[in-house]
Design a protein around this ligand. Sequence first.
Ligand code: DX5
Ligand code: ZN
Length: 214
Amino acid sequence: MIVAPSLLSADFTRLGEEVEMINTSEADWLHIDVMDGVFVPNISFGFPVMKAIASILRKPMDVHLMIENPQNYVSQVRDCGAAIMNIHQEACVHLHRAVTAIKDSGMKAAVTLNPSTPVVMLEDIIQDLDMVLLMSVNPGFGGQSFIGHTTEKIRQLKELISRSGSRALIEVDGGINDRTGALVSEAGADAVVAGNYVFGASDPLRAISTLKQL
Ligand code: DX5
Ligand code: ZN
């Protein structure tokens, strides 16, 4: 399993140490949640913080933009050092144009779906995507409970990917722990995001190892 701890649940008074923990861990990517207070009812952090993190991080940055009009920020996200740019289908009218711009900039392009958005919305874009991020909570906050219907969506997405010949990975975000991680792994997920389960653990390195073994 690809494991992407979400920095949203980190101790922001010790951001450097938390990033150093990720550097020494088995984590594959660091997941960065950017919120604008419009697309979601919360505000997290923005480009200056991302840049500072990137300057000490030795793993790829998986940036999840919970913002309106994400297509306007492709070059800024790239300049912050992101490897993967996740944009919400619900936040972007001209999704094909945005995905093309992300790929042209040299980043991997991922499209995120809210829990209530059906997988079929990706039918005409799936071949262009490097990854699909399925939200297993309503975006905006860490520490929420996993929505069980997500496993069915993973199966539907897996079917769409194999039917279309796409090479997109499936990432799942929200309420992931050892138990829900096993459920999404069994349903066909390639990658999991985990905030509270990792940064709230007494031994975050061990929590990451547990998810790696799913
Ligand atoms: C939620 C964010 C998640 C969040 C996950 O809107 O997209 O990445 O940090 O946190 P947990 O794993 O605690 O649900
Ligand atoms: Zn996220």
